[in-house]
Design a binder for this molecule. Structure first.
Ligand SMILES: [Zn+2]
Length: 370
């Protein structure tokens, strides 16, 4: 199911292939976020053309709107959004805790009021896995208990224990052949609790392991320290996924620790605000200095924006509130991350990931695009 193909010599970075129901995917990989069944502004085909093999969608949002039945009429989420690559669905735990002020966490599951119709909804480990089976996702995530950054040790321990019990129930309920099911490691920012959560989640025997409750605004060193701790007890031959980490420097640092999978809405969200990834840092298109700039966003970039248009033209589109600008910046940022990962995979295969990482660290440090 998961094969490691190359290992870097000086870091823990590795490349691999994960077999899903929709074909093999190469790691390390990044998943563009299609929360509501679309990577905002792009068609699924366009996302595939950039080179992506897996996208992430979300049970919580799809359940609220349009509802699972409408998607089932299309044979599942692949048919609904016209995507034949792989799909990972998030269980909705994180959305429940981040979008709702009143959430009742009980042993059976979580209860909250729908933001759409005000009715009470319940998520249990079994229900959430069942939804992911009906959506036909290739990789399902277990329901977990998420806490904000800065949660107490006692609350963290409690969330960890409940997440483990829910993990066990998730595995007992699995029914869809070939669907991969990933467990979620919690433990907050307490090193011993992270270690304990990772060890006991591994004992349950999932197909892959995600690190949850990170990338919540904590200092980068804390995220990397928790990742190192957890990965030390997760078997080498399983895919490892840091949920919600998706800024270019963060991705490259985590790959060096042996992380295989990433997702984040950052690249596409900032694109819609006119922020463009470049090797020199983030370029803010509205700045006056680009008014008569006839260069592409990034020299040599293969995205549709850089192949066709100048910075001045894209700035004009953006300031005129033309929707084409948002499509172009989204395509560009996703292309930038895809190229960063393709470069990482080649560097690992050549056994020179450390120098690739150092090169990018220097660029990010000295970057003054703005
Ligand atoms: Zn571009």
């Amino acid at each position: 199911m998961f094969t490691i193909e190359a290992r870097d010599t000086q870091t823990q970075a590795r490349t691999g292939t994960l077999i899903t129901r929709h074909g093999p995917v190469r790691t390390p990989l990044f998943m563009p976020v299609a929360t509501k069944g679309t990577v905002k502004t792009l068609t699924a085909r366009e996302v595939g053309e950039i080179g992506y093999e897996v996208i992430l969608s979300n049970v919580y949002h799809l359940l609220e709107r349009p509802g699972i039945e409408v998607i089932e009429d299309h044979g599942g989420l692949h048919g609904f959004m016209s995507w034949d690559g792989a799909i990972l669905t998030d269980s909705g735990g994180y959305q429940v805790y981040s979008l709702h002020k009143m959430v009742r966490v009980e042993e059976d599951g979580v209860a909250f009021r729908s933001l759409i119709d005000g009715r009470e909804r319940r998520f249990t480990p079994e229900l959430v896995l069942g939804y992911q089976e009906r959506l036909g996702s290739d990789i399902a995530m277990q329901l977990d208990v998420c806490l904000p950054y800065g949660a107490s040790r006692e609350a963290t321990q409690d969330a960890l224990e409940r997440t483990l019990r829910w993990g066990e129930r998730t595995l007992a309920a699995r029914a869809l052949d070939g669907q991969l099911v990933f467990g979620i490691v919690q433990g907050g920012f307490y090193e011993d609790l992270r270690e304990e959560s990772a060890r006991r989640t591994v004992e349950l025997g999932f197909d892959g392991y995600a690190l949850g409750g990170l990338s919540l605004g904590e200092p980068r060193e804390e995220l990397l320290a928790m990742t190192t701790t957890a990965l030390a007890v997760i078997p080498e031959d399983k895919p490892r996924y840091v949920m919600g980490l998706g800024d270019p420097p963060g991705i490259l640092e985590a790959i060096a620790l042996g992380v295989d999978m990433f997702d984040s809405a950052l690249a596409t969200r900032v694109a819609r605000g006119g922020a463009v990834f470049t090797p020199e840092g983030v370029l803010t298109i509205r700045n006056a200095r680009y008014e008569r700039d006839t260069r592409p966003l990034v020299e040599g970039c293969t995205c549709p924006a850089c192949r066709q248009f100048t910075r001045a033209y894209l700035r004009h589109l953006y300031l005129s509130e033309e929707t084409l600008a948002l499509r172009m910046f989204t395509a560009h940022n996703l292309t930038f991350i895809q190229q960063l990962l393709a470069g990482a995979r080649s560097a690992i295969e050549a056994g020179r990931y450390l120098s690739y990482l150092e090169e990018w660290r220097k660029r990010f440090r000295e970057g003054r695009a703005s």
